[in-house]
Unconditional design. Structure first.
Length: 363
């Protein structure tokens, strides 16, 4: 792809830092930063360094390879937990990584006296020890109970404040804490949305926010997003044409012009992160005008109806805003039939990442 045609994800590291500080101030023991999946697509190294320099001392990633990458970027000091569980014991110890153990077998497979984290499944039925296994885990010589070891669980429905499973999981985790009370550990329970469930949840140790750090709305049922927007996605116009009424557009000719129409093509397709399933469902901004995307999204391009946009902005190279301002991450995700997590992590390497320095943040 011609560099001048490349779509750009602008990432405000100052907003990222503000979001972490906000969440860190809410939780009883502060908040770690979950920067798995390349920091939800924003760039693990850049985001990790900005957060470390802002004071974050604990990080979570998903895989051993992510842990190695983050350790190389951040140096020896920060604590890094790896959520996938135990794989290569030697590699974990060599790189100073803490495995989040999800089964008794993994617990028994750990060697040495380095610390571990233990994950308890309190109702999500995904990863973690059964509550009935916690007593055996706590009695194990493997779980050394180091000061910085973590006992953790994960909320399944925290974005739904009234969902009774939130309280049920809280009670189950409190019971696990009591069962393991013969060990020293830091409890960790709340995710991004869990930071907004109230004091009973905030009092349970260390927070583990993910998508909220990156501007995703952790309170979708509320009227406003409490987090600062962190990303803007734009793509330049690479071709223009005018068609008459009756002209089909795109694969299959599924969209047909109803009037003389000014079309613009942007270098952003489903290989970049605009899902084909979102064809004809989203609008973008050119100047101050919202313009619909028309026809089927292609691998490398999408076609826009620019008829109502200012004529002086209908020109090759003019950037079109796809996400930003009131064109929120959630709006794009909803139009794509998915969630903000998937929208961010689906933005491919073809999308240029451009970073705004955290020095720009307003104190």
């Amino acid at each position: 792809m011609n560099p001048s045609h490349q779509p750009t994800l602008s990432i405000d590291l100052g907003a990222l830092v503000q979001n972490w500080r906000k969440l860190n101030s809410l939780s009883a023991l502060g908040s770690a930063a979950v920067i798995k999946a390349n920091a939800y697509g924003l760039g693990m190294e850049a985001c990790g360094l900005a957060l470390r320099d802002a004071g974050a001392t604990r990080f979570f990633v998903a895989t051993l390879d992510e842990g190695r990458t983050l350790r190389e970027a951040l140096g020896e000091v920060p604590w890094i937990g790896v959520l996938e569980g135990l794989s290569d014991v030697f590699a974990f110890q060599k790189h100073g990584l803490t495995p989040v153990l999800n089964t008794l077998e993994q617990l028994h497979g750990w060697r040495g006296n380095a610390e571990v984290a233990v994950h308890v499944d309190t109702g999500m039925n995904r990863l973690g020890l059964l509550p009935s296994d916690v007593a055996e885990a706590a009695a194990s010589d493997t779980w050394q109970g180091a000061e910085t070891a973590v006992l953790m669980s994960h909320l399944a429905s925290a974005e739904e404040p009234e969902n009774p499973s939130n309280r049920a999981q809280l009670n189950a985790f409190k019971a696990a804490i009591t069962t393991a009370s013969n060990r020293d550990f830091i409890p960790s329970f709340i995710n991004s949305s869990g930071h907004f469930l109230g004091e009973d949840f905030l009092d349970i140790g260390l927070g583990r926010p993910g998508v909220a750090l990156y501007g995703g709305n952790p309170t979708p049922s509320a009227s406003a997003n409490p987090m600062q927007p962190t990303v803007r996605l734009s793509a330049p116009l690479i071709q223009l044409r005018t068609v008459e009424a009756g002209a089909p557009v795109g694969y299959g000719g599924t969209w047909v012009a109803r009037r003389t129409t000014h079309l613009g093509v942007i270098a952003l397709g489903y290989a970049d992160g605009w899902p084909r399933a979102a064809s004809d469902r989203l609008k973008v901004r050119l100047g101050n005008v919202l313009c619909p995307q028309v026809g089927r999204v292609s691998m490398d391009t999408a076609v826009l109806d620019l008829t109502d946009a200012p004529a002086n902005l209908r020109r090759i190279g003019e950037p079109v805003e796809v996400i930003g301002g009131d064109l929120t991450l959630e709006r794009f995700a909803e139009g794509s039939g998915t969630i903000n997590y998937e929208t961010l992590t689906s933005l491919s390497r073809r999308v240029k990442r451009a970073y705004l320095s955290p020095e720009r943040e307003q104190q």
